[in-house]
Design a protein around this ligand. Structure first.
Ligand code: NAD
Length: 468
């Protein structure tokens, strides 16, 4: 049995054999550069003192700052944080986000603590990071992960700023902040939207689609989504809005099916009102949730948990494309079965990189001290208005109000964030696909993604002159 970090190393080694990098460079790319394991005392509401176990791992500084979430979970341990930090390095490299990988963890179950206790733990953790130079807009930039969100990021920012007064770029010391604290629009839906862009790009490749026996394009494709949380909800929304038919949505209490399509927004409201996705109007119930994954469909999007498709159920999955929105939804046994059967697995390592990509945009916004679109929006609108008026005058025809609105619109922050995310996911998909299709020894897209990451980090190290 391998530890999480050892399994990441094994996947890395498998892909490394398909590259031309020398052993020493590969060893450096793979190694975790800095590991900060800490223990600190926090006084709880009842007067008790508890010693908190926490970590921050910077896997790679081939690009700085390092970037990665902070999770609050009772499962946190050093090996897990090391594995997640290395995956961040590879993920950022693939989507051309110029950061090294990092990850943080505090070994607590946040449900067992009051908001005041969580605030004290988060602030103390941040001041430990400051003391050891493990945080800063040019050093290491945390973000939310399991058990943390905007609230914790605000505490981190405030603690950092009070310890580093006058640091002009301090808002860039953490991402995933509320908008009022320097956050960026579009962060919430970023991962789901990124998954959609990535899968759509694969579906737009005629040669790939022909190989798996599907027509080109997203329109009309039958999609099954597992998980109606943040990522699953937004995946379902973007697939539906772009002409796919979301025939089933699975939650842990069961699944619902309608061959004509399910509206995720209505289902979300129904679940909120009744406590379950079951008994949704016009849909049939599937009591055993996992059975929904085995229905006939074109695209399956697991967006809930890890290890949900393994050696047991993989042979019964009928999807031709599996888009890994969740982290690690397939076991290595399932991977092998799908490779053998020619099922296309689009790997989590880059497919769910929408969150970190938009975090990068937030960091850029913080360093530039200006909201996206502020400078050019009105200029573009005025210019487009002039152009349209000129055309109307020359042709003697009037465009509709709808056309006026569409053509004249200048980009807001959200438009630019979506556009940047779309560009990022399309280029990353194409890069990985080029690597895969140009080397017959690469067995699957996951290995191709690793090869892509290794090549990019290798080049960066070479350019730094570390290996003359
Ligand atoms: P979330 O907690 O918002 O949603 C998860 C959903 O899955 C919940 O609605 C939950 O009820 C459901 N679920 C739990 N067990 C289930 C089961 N057995 N069958 C069906 N549904 C089940 O979490 P999220 O942010 O949407 O994250 C989902 C996955 O995506 C995780 O693996 C996470 O690591 C990954 N991910 C998330 C982000 C992000 O930006 N949120 C980024 C990268 C990766």
């Amino acid at each position: 049995m391998y530890s999480f970090f050892e399994s990441v190393e094994r996947s890395f080694d498998k892909a490394a054999l398909l590259t031309n990098w020398e052993k020493g460079i590969l060893a450096q790319i793979k190694a975790c550069n800095s590991i900060y394991s800490m223990r600190f005392p926090v006084k709880m509401d009842d007067g008790r003192i508890e010693v908190i176990e926490a970590y921050r791992v910077q896997h790679s500084q081939h690009k700085t700052p390092c970037k990665g979430g902070i999770r609050f979970s009772s499962e946190v341990n050093q090996d897990e944080v090391m594995a997640l930090a290395s995956l961040m390095t590879y993920k950022c490299a693939i989507v051309n986000v110029p950061f090294g990988g990092a990850k943080g963890g505090i070994k607590i179950n946040p449900r067992n603590y009051s908001a005041y206790e969580l605030e004290k733990i988060t602030r103390r953790y941040t001041s430990e990071l400051v003391k050891k130079n493990f945080i800063g807009p040019g050093i290491d930039v945390p973000a939310p992960d399991y058990g943390t969100g905007e609230r914790e990021m605000s505490w981190i920012l405030d603690t950092y700023q009070s310890l580093k007064p006058g640091e002009i770029d301090s808002a860039g010391c953490v991402t995933g902040k509320p908008i009022s604290q320097g956050g960026v629009h579009g962060r919430k839906e970023a991962t789901g939207l990124g998954v959609f862009f990535g899968v759509r790009e694969v579906c737009n490749m005629p040669n790939v689609m022909q190989k798996i026996g599907l027509t080109t394009g997203i329109k009309g494709k039958n999609v099954i989504v597992q998980g109606l949380g943040n990522v699953g909800y937004h995946c379902a929304k973007y697939f539906r809005e772009n002409g796919a038919i979301v025939i089933a949505i699975a939650e842990y209490e069961g699944a619902v099916y309608n061959e004509k399509g399910i509206n995720e927004e209505e289902l979300f409201k129904h679940r909120k009102a009744t406590g379950s996705v079951l008994n949704f109007p016009d849909a049939s119930n599937i009591q055993v949730s996992t059975e929904a994954l085995e229905l006939e469909c074109d695209i399956l999007i697991p967006a809930a948990l890890e290890n949900v498709i393994d050696g047991n159920n993989a042979p019964r999955i009928k999807a031709k494309i599996i888009g890994e929105a969740a982290n690690g939804p397939l076991t290595p046994e399932a991977d092998a079965i799908f490779a053998e059967r020619g099922v296309m697995v689009i790997p989590d390592m880059y497919l769910n990189a929408g969150g970190v990509t938009v975090s990068y945009f937030e960091w850029l916004k913080n360093l530039s001290h200006v909201r996206y679109g502020r400078l050019e929006k009105r200029f573009t609108e005025n210019m487009n208005h002039h152009i349209l008026s000129e055309i109307e005058e020359l042709t003697g025809k009037k465009a509709s109000d709808k056309a006026h609105k569409l053509i004249e619109h200048g980009a807001d922050e959200i438009d630019l964030v979506y556009s940047g995310l779309e560009e990022t996911m399309i280029s990353a998909t194409q890069e990985i696909m080029d690597i895969w299709l140009s080397n017959p020894s690469i067995p699957d897209m996951r290995t191709a993604a690793y090869v892509c990451a290794i090549n990019k980090v290798g080049v960066a190290y070479k350019e730094l002159g570390i290996f003359p």
